[in-house]
Write a protein that binds this ligand. Structure first.
Ligand code: MUC
Ligand code: MG
Length: 369
């Protein structure tokens, strides 16, 4: 039985402005959910999003309000049930709200894994690897600063794959910026771009052709969320990988994108999918359709990042690695022992549940009053 369900908004400044076509972030608002059970277990989940309502349909404030008003009373009213029955009750009574559902489901799975004395990955089917490759996003908005940042990351053996955020300038300017970075960092370094849906189909044809000629490896979400036809035509037209991100909102959209050949790679995001279990289903659909996988982020802090890592560690095919760098973009850590990033990878903890220990005093200092 669930004793309490708390939702905390935790404000942490970023290490530098993070410029994307949808928003410029100077601070990230982590949305953390803490569930306590009558018999003494505590589980954590995360429902962080990007740029208020700039990225998704749920804002930090709406997630907190909806959890407190609708999810928490319902959860408390449920007699002892397993996670499947609990999630079924939530889905039956509450429409949409994928991020909130994800945070609740993550906390329940954390508790379940703790009860079983297993790492979360083992409850999700079992890990196939103990570490995951992690790229870095260069998004200062300035070409020279991005090159210097990229070189520093390679030297420190932290990242050797980079994603560049484009789409807010003219196509030619963006292409010039990307190719300057590609040239400066060298041919061994994989460069990808995320347009965050900013291009028309004609912009995309022009931009992708130039980027493909310049050796860029992957184009993420070039066109509007609903413009699946354009995504399909671009995937057919070009030889480089076209990845669906914002268009991928869980198993049913995964099915539609796969059926229409509208992407060659899926960016699996657990919150966008509606939960870890649904993220697993998205990956299964990709596998069956011959679509490659990439482990995405909503720039979550440690909780959402490590929950995603537990899931991604179970994927057989993770051809494009992950972008689980969220905590590294923040100026403060909320864990007693920070996540371990070395040798271009994030290393999974061995402990039970999420395998992390939150610093609740720190969280108290940083949370919104
Ligand atoms: C996105 O669209 O991919 C992930 C990494 C990053 O820098 O922004 C997010 C959102
Ligand atoms: Mg993206």
């Amino acid at each position: 039985m669930y004793k309490s369900i708390e939702t905390l908004l935790v404000e942490i400044p970023t290490i530098r402005p993070h410029k994307m076509a949808v928003a410029t972030m100077q601070t990230q608002t982590l949305v953390l959910v803490k569930i306590s059970t009558e018999d003494g277990f505590v589980g954590w989940g995360e429902a962080t999003t990007i740029g208020g309502l700039g990225y998704g349909e749920e804002s930090p404030e709406s997630i907190k309000t909806n959890i407190e008003t609708y999810f928490a009373p319902l959860l408390k009213s449920l007699k002892a049930q397993n996670i499947a029955q609990t999630m079924r009750a939530l889905k039956k009574n509450i429409n949409g709200n994928r991020f909130a559902k994800c945070a609740i489901q993550t906390a329940l799975l954390d508790i379940q894994a703790q009860r079983l004395d297993l790492p979360l990955s083992e409850v999700l089917g079992g890990r196939l690897r103990d570490s995951l490759p992690v790229l870095w996003v260069l998004a200062s908005g300035d070409t020279e600063k991005d090159i210097a940042e990229g070189r520093k990351m390679i030297e420190a053996k932290r990242h050797n794959i980079f994603k560049l955020k484009i789409g807010s300038r003219r196509v030619e300017e963006d292409v010039e910026h990307v190719l300057a970075i590609k040239q400066a960092l060298g041919s061994d370094i994989s460069i990808r771009v995320d347009v965050n849906r900013a291009w028309s189909e004609l912009d995309a044809i022009k931009g992708i052709q130039l980027l493909q000629n310049g050796g860029v490896d992957l184009i993420e979400q070039p066109c509007a969320i609903d413009n699946i036809d354009a995504m399909q035509r671009l995937t057919r037209r070009f030889d480089l990988a076209i990845m669906a991100d914002e268009s991928l909102m869980g198993p049913s959209s995964a099915y539609r994108l796969a059926k229409t050949n509208a992407a060659s790679v899926f960016a699996v995001k657990v919150a966008q999918s509606g939960g870890l279990i649904e993220g697993h289903e998205v990956a299964k659909i990709a596998n069956l359709a011959g679509i490659d996988l990439y482990g995405g982020t909503m720039l979550e802090g440690a909780v959402g990042t490590i929950a995603s890592a537990h899931l991604f560690s179970t994927f057989e095919n993770l051809a494009y690695g992950t972008e689980l760098f969220g905590p590294l973009l923040l100026t403060q850590d909320i864990l007693k022992t920070p996540l371990q990033y070395t040798d271009f990878a994030l290393h999974l903890p061995q402990g039970k549940g999420l395998g992390i220990e939150l610093d609740e005093n720190k969280i108290d200092q940083l949370r919104r009053a």
